[in-house]
Write a protein that binds this ligand. Sequence first.
Ligand code: FES
Length: 586
Amino acid sequence: MDDKAQASGFKKGLTSYGDTGFSSFLRTAFIKGGGYSDDALSRPVIGVQNTASSYNPCHGNSTDLIAAVKRGIMLAGGLPMEFPTISIHESFAHPTSMYLRNLMAMDTEEMIRAQPMDAVVLIGGCDKTVPAQLMGAASAGLPAIQLVTGSMLTGSHQGQRVGACSDCRRFWGNYRGGEIDDAEINRVNDQLIASVGTCSVMGTASTMACVTEALGMSVPDGASPPAVTADRMRVAERSGAVAVAMVAKKLTPDKIMTPQAFENALRVLLAIGGSTNGIIHLTAIAGRLGIAIDMDAFDQMGRETPVLVDLKPSGKGYMEDFHHAGGLRSVLRELRPLLHLDALTATGRTLGEELDDGRPAFSQEIVKSRTAPVYAEGGIAVLHGNLAPGGAIIKQSAASKTLLEHEARAVVFENAEDLANRIDDPNLDVKADDILVLKSIGPIGAPGMPEAGYIPIPKKIARQGVKDMVRISDGRMSGTAMGTIVLHVTPESAIGGPLGVVRSGDRIKLSTKNRTLSLLISDAEMAQRLKTAGAAKKPTAERGYRKLFLENVTQADKGCDFQFLRPAKMTAVTPVPKAGPKRGAE
Ligand code: FES
């Protein structure tokens, strides 16, 4: 058992006993305890990451997916080795799933690195899972392919089609506004999640599924099949087979996730009306590979990339409609002139080759043409101003058109607790055209940057029939949410950002057209307030993961990754400057 043989399969990454021959001998003995033959053990070893959990119905089809992946691996001559990592579901993670994303990325990276495997199939779907897996895989540097669990089916409430979670929020808003009663909201609750799988609209999970396919990190047509369909199982089988082929091709994540591939993914993020979380996650994944995202150039892309996909929350349909409309392939076809077609995918072929070779286009209603889009610009706009020197974003495609240009009085909540205590107070001094401001829900402030940026409309305003107000915070919101909501204000208030000095009664101006977010006070007044506020009182922790998190998490403009997980310096930038490789031709 010489050292050279340790380069692959079970000979790889031997446990340290000070005697490599003995390490290999012992490992083989243990795995043979599982009944494996020498023939099986001589095959390329493909890790299969299992993120199933009773707490995670979004991954509730994992058993079937894993069986299909294993079938694909074995049909292609590999040996599947299933292994678990932690599982994070949006609704079962306290204080918020984002707090745990980097922990999952570390778990994924280290398990890929620690265990003998030649490639890995990453299986997951719920919002933070795919980003965590791609971050971990990017750092581990082994051939990797992502298999998403797929979207859930839609339900029906009194003849009306419903699905998580745009409709969750809509019905809850109606309930808060007194339009529906306790009995009806309970009946709706039964229908919103009609099966296992990820949220059925273009929320963060669906967004990440689409941008992963656009990145080239899944099989073609891997994003859209719903969780419980035969198509989803065939994608799983193919993912297993492709993983085996990736070993021979040495197709590591850095060869696929290039600056050009990230530009394609950013383009898709804009065109699908994707979740605002997508930009944080793509920043974090790219950051692992030393690629920085130029947010101003991203905003410029948004001005030339309309929203094409008519799904909630920006439009009308659900993920199963998107699948029936041809899935991401229909979007990529429409975007073709704007894409880097020479970007490599997990199959070893370029994006252009995969597009040339797919099912033919057909007439459908969900993916619109660039000449008749759902929304004229990309879904996300990037804002700057004295309130957000490091930037902020707004999902303009899911906002109220009448509020995109708005100047009004601020009604300020100091933190999430203050919000909970006062938002429904009948004596709260608030009017329908005020701007609600919530501080201290950033990466460090909350901590974990919870999806509390979707500030509820105060009850007394909701009861007037008001469905939307301008809301501003340093937090995030669910990809399934809609409204005129400014998020990711950077730097966050908890580390001394200007958001921290906004007072109730101040005037704020939002101009989405000009991409500005301004607190209407003089520079001198701003400087004075920041000086008086003194050093921000950052939350601290004495021990454990919370301490690790608070001391190392970066701001939204760096993807909220831990600083020590990022390379020492960024070596590339995306979107790729105009002088870069040519995009496809019409
Ligand atoms: Fe898991 Fe929405 S809660 S994808």
